[in-house]
Design a protein around this ligand. Structure first.
Ligand code: HEM
Length: 476
């Protein structure tokens, strides 16, 4: 073998030798979670910052909490950039004109500030209380109906309810099942196929020709998304034109927004931004919701303790969530053990930088091992145990990681998830209601299987199947 040599090799973080052209691609048995065990092994050999060759640019991975803190918090501005978009991502993000993929600069700042102040500010979130009540009730009704027939596979109903809620926040209306289904199908097709499109990142020039059908699928999905979302964007515009007041939605805020070059967003950009809002906000949340409930089935004593807290508070109104520390601890513990993303979105540096004595070149992809940090035995006693109590009585954790990172399911630093507060609230709200309404019980003869599978997020390989006993019945 002739090993790959580059001018910067001496100063880049260390890593395994790589082959010409294909670099370290042989380490990837499929992209995604398979990389994790490999990285854990490499971490032991090469230390907490390491380099792989997975494409034209070096891919740098940070495996420990302390180094992540030095990069994302102490050198926050330097590490806040995003690498150039891979070909498929460029199509879906309208050439990096959405929040998650925009370079660290004026467009990103305007788009992110708009989301935070116009949709995620507490008063705006409060305005959607009726949408949340309706979404959770729809989920409960669906589960009651299915529970009559025996064990229930719950993930689809969860996904539908969370997606309906985000769709309402995005477009300011409550939609019928058909509209929700059409938008959900388009968005889900993107999520399920996304890893397949990574091939275009690895072979950006020739990939489109070799995998012509797959490249066509990128455009088919984009058209399907536009067919589902554009009518909703136009309906919101029509309501504004007629002066009809309703909920001030995310789409409304985008339509009024002016970009730094004094222009408005195009329809294509609006679709990308709404799509980011819908997928960023719903898939992560419904995936986590299923992980929480699976752990509550596996640990009935935790569920009983949580139900007691709910009873003591007399229900799960939004105002009461603040007074329910155990509910918050249960959700946080699930996010520690089962973060929906085991990595964050790829970062890069704004200019050539150094980290722990190594060069981090501009354009290199830099990522962080979120799940590995959440189960670091130096930060957590019995890290693999589901024990929400660890977050009680002074054990609360600051998820922004500003002083120290203990876990980072939402990322930390300048690119921290702007939806963190909303996501925590939605999770507590849904979990609280689901436990108040039903006793969640293991199906006789079946174990709850916590094996993982990478879709877009890391989901349960075998979706949760449970017995749902309405509390009214279980108390008789
Ligand atoms: C359990 C739920 C959620 C989890 C675990 C989660 C996690 C994350 C993570 C890990 C990142 C990347 C951080 C980085 O690159 O360093 C991120 C970014 C982002 N998330 Fe979330 N998220 C959740 C819910 C939401 C919600 C509800 C919304 C919006 C309604 C949202 C919108 C975004 C956006 C726009 C970004 C890009 C931020 C940027 O690049 O500046 N997420 N999220």
């Amino acid at each position: 073998f002739v090993f790959f040599k580059s001018k910067t090799k001496k100063t880049l973080p260390p890593g395994p030798p790589s082959l010409p052209i294909i670099g370290n691609l042989l380490l990837l048995r499929g992209l995604g979670i398979d990389l994790e065990p490999t990285l854990s092994k490499l971490h032991k050999k090469y230390g907490p910052v390491l380099t792989l060759r997975l494409g034209r640019r070096p891919s740098i991975f940070v495996t420990t909490r302390a180094v992540a803190h030095r990069a994302l918090v102490q050198q926050g501005a330097a590490f806040a950039d995003r690498p150039p978009a891979a070909p498929a991502s460029a199509v879906f993000s309208s050439r990096q004109h959405n929040i998650s993929s925009a370079p660290y600069g004026p467009i990103w700042r305007v788009l992110r500030r708009n989301l935070i102040s116009e949709t995620l500010a507490p008063a705006r979130v409060k305005a959607f209380t009726p949408a949340r009540q309706w979404a959770v009730q729809t989920l409960i009704d669906a589960l009651h109906e299915r529970a009559l027939e025996g064990p229930v596979c719950v993930i689809e109903a969860m996904r539908f309810a969370v997606f309906s809620l985000l769709l309402s926040m995005c477009f300011g209306e409550r939609f019928g099942d058909e509209v929700v289904k059409k938008a959900e199908t388009a968005q889900r097709r993107l999520l399920l196929n996304f890893s397949k499109f990574t091939i275009f990142a690895l072979f950006p020039r020739i990939g489109k020709f070799i995998f012509r059908k797959r490249w066509q699928e990128v455009h088919d999905i984009k058209h399907q998304q536009e067919a589902a979302l554009l009518p909703l964007i136009h309906a919101a515009a029509e309501r504004r034109r007629k002066g009809q007041t309703g909920f001030f939605s995310y789409a409304d805020s985008l339509a009024l927004l002016e970009l730094p070059d004094c222009r408005k967003l195009s329809d294509e950009e609006m679709v990308s931004l709404c799509s980011e809002f819908l997928n960023g906000g719903s898939d992560t949340t419904s995936t986590t919701l299923q992980w929480v409930m699976a752990n509550l089935v596996k640990h009935p004593h935790v569920q009983a303790k949580l139900y007691k807290e709910i009873e003591q508070e007399g229900g799960v109104d939004e105002e009461k969530l603040q007074k329910m520390p155990y509910l918050k601890a249960v959700v946080t513990e699930a996010l520690r053990l089962h973060p929906p993303g085991h990595f964050v979105l790829p970062h890069t540096v704004t200019e050539d930088s150094t980290l722990d004595g190594f060069v981090i070149p501009k354009g290199a992809s830099v990522n962080f091992m979120v799940r590995e940090m959440g189960v670091d035995p130096e930060a957590w006693e019995e890290p693999l145990e589901f024990r929400p109590e660890r977050f009680l009585g002074g054990g609360e954790v600051d998820l922004t990681g500003s002083k120290e990172i203990r876990m980072m399911p939402f990322g930390v630093g300048r690119r921290i998830c702007p939806g963190m507060g909303l996501a925590m609230m939605h999770l507590q709200y849904f979990v609280g209601h689901l436990v108040k309404e039903f006793e969640w019980k293991r199906v006789e003869g079946e174990e709850v299987d916590l094996s993982e599978k990478v879709e877009f997020t890391v989901v349960m390989k075998n979706p949760l199947r449970v017995l749902l006993i309405p509390r009214a019945c279980s108390e008789n």
